[in-house]
Write a protein that binds this ligand. Sequence first.
Ligand SMILES: Nc1ncnc2c1ncn2[C@@H]1O[C@H](COP(=O)(O)OP(=O)(O)OP(=O)(O)O)[C@@H](O)[C@H]1O
Ligand SMILES: [Mg+2]
Length: 307
Amino acid sequence: MKVLGPRFESVPAVREGLAGVSYLADEGIAGVVYLADRLGKPVLVEGPAGVGKTELAKAAAAMTGSRLIRLQCYEGLDESKALYEWNYKKQLLRIQAQRVVDAADGGGAEAAAPTGSWSELEEDIFSEDFLLTRPLLEAIRATEPVVLLVDEVDRVEVETEALLLEVLSDYQVSIPELGTVAATQLPLVFLTSNNTRELSEALKRRCLYLHIDYPELEREKAIVLTRVPEISDHLADQIVRIVRSLRSLELKKHPSVSETLDWARTLVLLGADSIGAEQARDTLHILLKYRTDIEKATKELSVAEGA
Ligand SMILES: Nc1ncnc2c1ncn2[C@@H]1O[C@H](COP(=O)(O)OP(=O)(O)OP(=O)(O)O)[C@@H](O)[C@H]1O
Ligand SMILES: [Mg+2]
């Protein structure tokens, strides 16, 4: 396997590189990405919804100029959608076409023994031209730099997880009819999980673990300023403070970074320069998605206002 030189100079370089593509990482995130590259290990990213797990992989691809190959996981995802499958329709057409040729050649006389051509035909229909490559195989075969994102891995069944493990351990895939395909380079791999179920010990052992939580105040403010450049510093500050106070409440679903950004964009669109409790209450549905949560938050904001 061709091992490319390290992608990153240092942890701060990772952080700067990510910031260059509008992803603001903290020391912890940048550190794990740096190590993943140096150790050639996949990163398992866990954390609540909307904190930037998927975005991290996209940003890593953008910063290194790599192609992002994404395997979106779901219940029922199997080998044929994750790795490869044979193009049956095309194979069938090829066989039918051969029959027509054979029939024309034979013309009733001594038919050119179809048995002779069968092995050739078989070799033909199980060749490259009839292979449908799915994301894992695509990442293994890529000759250019790639970042492989296995998104929401906790949604697949345990058997599929085992398949992933196999690919990620050896970076090779064996196709019985074609042979073993080994990676020519070590891709940078991110697996994300929302923790809907425990992943296997074996998979965890293979990966570096990164937990992304809601960002601290300053970083979230910086994220808002980066992603919503039209916003004023003052409004960004107010927004992240309110969001933070809402996250300390006991809610069904806490507002995520993506919701903070949606709220910021909404307020900018409404022409707000700063935000009062009333306006906050009127736009809470952007931030919170359960009625009970909105009610709790409304109460909290009224108390804060009264204080
Ligand atoms: N550190 C960050 N820097 C810049 N933007 C961020 C950061 N974290 C999150 N975001 C923003 O939040 C949005 C949501 O992030 P993302 O889709 O990666 O969340 P996720 O953790 O994958 O959520 P889910 O679990 O729902 O898939 C991104 O599109 C991005 O705009
Ligand atoms: Mg995601």
